[in-house]
Design a protein around this ligand. Structure first.
Ligand SMILES: C[S@@+](CC[C@H](N)C(=O)[O-])C[C@H]1O[C@@H](n2cnc3c(N)ncnc32)[C@H](O)[C@@H]1O
Length: 301
């Protein structure tokens, strides 16, 4: 990411959420009433124009479908964690994620929420939140970090993160922009520094999209505009291998959902003809319980 520029992809995803949320209740796949308020009117109308004339769908068939289904799936997953005694939530690469401000169980407490993001994006979000809410809410702790330069361990420990608490980590729309080392060190932190029953959920690209085996318009577009966005596509996981990938990194109970699953589950009725882009998936996993020896061995790492 560019050091002094807020994430343009975060704004783009907020735009997709805003457009979907403006649809009638029976038609929308996800609902985020804050999304529209994080972006400017000009950006909203400009983006909506390209969606309405079919350009976005032509350039990246099913991308919007995947993005809105991803929001819905993560909302549902988070809700079930909240219903099952979640104590802490860490939103990695939060962008304009509004769950801390719109999910009743988060607003009411006592779950502590850490929004972790690049300083440039987080600064803009905090300014927007001041305008929307009139203040920054007390249950949210803002943790600025550049994943490629700093470790989560240092940044979260300094912010009051409790490594014994049952924690959910969400990492929505972020892994593809990070180096393999940054992904590994984040997963190592989650696996080694969270309480029993902790879990992670994130989405990722298949490597076939990155290495050119499969070509897609949105991927070429992201590459073409990388100079402006500063957010290049770097990381992927080969299709069908994510369970082994996560098991090797200290996780169990891996559940992967792909485009077919999302389409079948959410796109019924008026949405039946909408596409969900192949080449992307969402995975959730629980942190494996470590033995006493493993904990001692892992100390200091
Ligand atoms: C596509 S946006 C996703 C935002 C949000 N999770 C969502 O789904 O709306 C990518 C996010 O990753 C963050 N990000 C990208 N590279 C980063 C880095 N090196 N360090 C910290 N955050 C980064 C950006 O600031 C941005 O908020």
């Amino acid at each position: 990411m560019k050091q002094n520029q807020a994430s343009t992809t975060a704004a783009g995803i907020a735009l997709a959420r805003a457009i979907e949320s403006a649809k009638p209740a029976g038609e929308r796949i996800c609902y985020d009433p804050f999304a529209r308020r994080f972006i400017s009117g000009a950006f909203y109308h400009f983006g909506k124009f390209f969606v309405d004339i079919g350009y976005s769908e032509w350039k990246g068939p099913g991308v919007i479908g995947f993005l809105v289904a991803r929001v819905r799936y993560l909302d549902d997953y988070m809700q079930s964690c909240l219903d099952n005694g979640l104590e802490q939530l860490v939103i990695l690469g939060a962008g304009y994620d509004s769950r801390a401000y719109r999910l009743e169980k988060l607003i009411a407490g006592p779950v502590r929420v850490f929004e972790v993001d690049h300083p440039a994006t987080q600064q803009v979000k905090r300014e927007q939140l001041q305008k929307i809410l009139g203040r920054l809410p007390e249950h949210v702790i803002y943790v600025p970090i550049d994943f490629t330069l700093e470790t989560l361990e240092n940044r979260l420990s300094d912010s009051g993160y409790d490594p014994q608490a049952k924690t959910l980590f969400t990492w929505e729309g972020v892994t593809q922009y990070l180096t393999p080392d940054a992904v590994d060190s984040t997963l190592a932190f989650v696996a080694g520094h969270s309480g029993p029953g902790s879990a992670i959920i994130f989405d990722y690209m298949y490597t076939s999209l990155l290495d050119g085996t499969v070509t897609r318009g949105e991927v070429s577009n992201m590459r073409r505009y990388r100079r402006f966005t500063g957010e290049g596509l770097v990381f992927g996981i080969p299709e069908g291998t994510v369970a082994a990938f996560l098991e090797q990194r200290g996780f169990c109970q891996v559940r992967n959902v792909d485009a077919d699953w999302l389409k079948k589950t959410y796109f019924t009725g008026v949405n039946e003809r909408r596409q969900v882009a192949a080449g992307y998936a969402i995975v959730s996993a629980t942190v494996k319980t470590r033995t006493h020896e493993e904990k001692v061995e892992g100390q200091g790492t």
